[in-house]
Design a protein around this ligand. Structure first.
Ligand SMILES: C[C@H](O)[C@H](O)[C@@H](O)C(=O)CO
Ligand SMILES: [Mn+2]
Length: 416
């Protein structure tokens, strides 16, 4: 009997359908953020750097500096990750034909056709985001909530244009595209007016969402605070949750770096699934704050995936990643973080949920604890190994040899 067959028997004794778990894991897409590859710089600003409410730290050599490089790095990472993949793009990654440039309020689908072709060629879905940061039109930390009509207009037009881009991407791929709006808007110090900016943001969103875009899933991403915006965030959790609940078709995206350190997004997933038929996520790893460290196979990641599975949320929760570490090999960062998301999803699919729920409902809390603890040390590694074998990727860290060779032959020659 192979190690897989033996492990499978162990799980089956606990009432787990292992083959079903492998099939579901392979079919659940993870949206991989393009911005890990270049430290959130994008291509549309000269000497572009992440700023205006967002920041990367580190200067590991070999950052992607062009569309070609970013595509190559993404493909290298994707080849080492099991499962179904989407690519998550920001509007700042527009690919302009030679001699052409458009500012963000004038962005258009034609600048993203090369990405659509790339996605189609490799069987990736696409998700999209307006880029309301790292731009001179972010004035005094504000975009959609600015009291300056010109600033607000610029960003409203950008978001409207992005929804149109996402719609065209969805039409081209015969798919739905998540278009997620995050704005950094906030204040460093104690505000004198908290409601005014929120009313302006609300009016801006109403304008942005006015057009019917059937291939677009709209979401708004809340946050508790930002860099240099420590005292007040316009798009807070309550603000965006209330907005989404009053606007059918607009969903609240939960980023697990965007809450107070003791708040758990794993508990918010079942809460929102009581009310929404779609729940987009940004899976990240906050270390004391919204630091966007590479996702590890840790307790909260497993608990988030567990809640998705327990709640029957695999079709409703859109799993996206959002981390960016410029202090380590960026391709390896993508691979570690995304494999961990896959690993945690498979781990969650292999828990005996029905049996545990029944024990909870019959108030048999002792046995629930005993079984829950026992399930944690079932031979998960052997099932993961089989999953990777079927997906054609290495099950252990030997993928890293491939990344090291890529670093030697490609990344180290870039001069970035
Ligand atoms: C680049 C992303 O859109 C960004 O990280 C945003 O999603 C966020 O989480 C800001 O803190
Ligand atoms: Mn995010």
């Amino acid at each position: 009997m192979s190690r897989y067959e033996e492990a499978k028997l162990n799980y089956e004794k606990m009432g787990v359908d292992v083959e079903g778990a492998l099939t579901l894991c392979a079919a659940t897409p993870i949206s991989i953020h393009c911005w890990q590859g270049d430290d959130v710089r994008g291509f549309d600003q000269k000497d572009g750097r992440a700023g205006d409410g967002i920041q990367t730290t580190g200067d590991y050599p070999g950052r992607a500096g062009s569309f070609e490089e970013l595509k190559a790095d993404f493909l290298k990472a994707a080849s080492l990750i099991p499962g179904k993949k989407r690519i998550n793009l920001h509007a700042s990654y527009a690919v302009f034909p030679e001699g052409e440039w458009a500012d963000r309020d004038k962005t258009a689908y034609r600048y993203f056709i090369p990405w659509v072709e790339f996605a189609r060629e490799h069987g990736f879905g696409i998700d999209f985001n307006p880029t309301c940061f790292s731009h001179p039109m972010v004035k005094n930390g504000l975009t959609l909530s600015s009291p300056d009509e010109a600033v607000r207009r610029f960003w409203i037009d950008h978001c409207i244009a992005c929804r149109q881009v996402a719609q065209r991407m969805g039409e081209a791929l015969g798919d739905k595209v998540l278009n997620n709006i995050w704005v950094p808007d906030g204040m460093k110090d104690v505000p004198a007016d908290r409601m005014g900016p929120r009313l302006r943001l609300k009016a801006a969103l109403d304008e942005i969402f006015a057009e019917n875009c059937p291939n677009v899933i709209d979401s708004v991403e809340s946050k508790v605070f930002g860099i240099g915006l420590e005292s007040y965030t316009v798009g807070s959790g309550e603000f965006f949750m209330a907005y989404a609940s009053q606007h059918p078709g607009v969903y609240h995206l939960l980023d697990n770096g965007h809450y107070h350190p003791t708040e758990l997004v794993s508990d918010k997933i079942p809460t929102l699934l009581c009310y929404f038929d779609v729940l987009p996520l940004h899976v990240t790893r906050p270390v004391r704050w919204d630091s966007d460290h590479v996702v590890l196979f840790d307790d909260e990641l497993r608990e988030m995936m567990t809640e998705i599975v327990r709640c029957g949320g695999l079709q409703k929760v859109l799993i996206g990643l959002d981390f960016f570490d410029a202090s380590i090999n960026r391709v390896a960062a993508w691979v570690v973080g995304t494999r961990n998301a896959q690993k945690a999803l498979l781990w969650a699919l292999l828990q005996p949920h029905e049996a545990l729920k029944a024990l909870q409902d019959s108030a048999d809390f002792t046995e629930k604890m005993v079984r829950m603890e026992e399930a944690k040390t079932l031979p998960f590694g052997d099932i993961w190994r089989e999953y990777c074998r079927r997906e054609g990727v290495s099950a252990d860290e030997s993928w890293f040899e491939d990344v090291k060779a890529y670093e030697r032959e490609v990344l180290s020659r870039r001069g970035t």
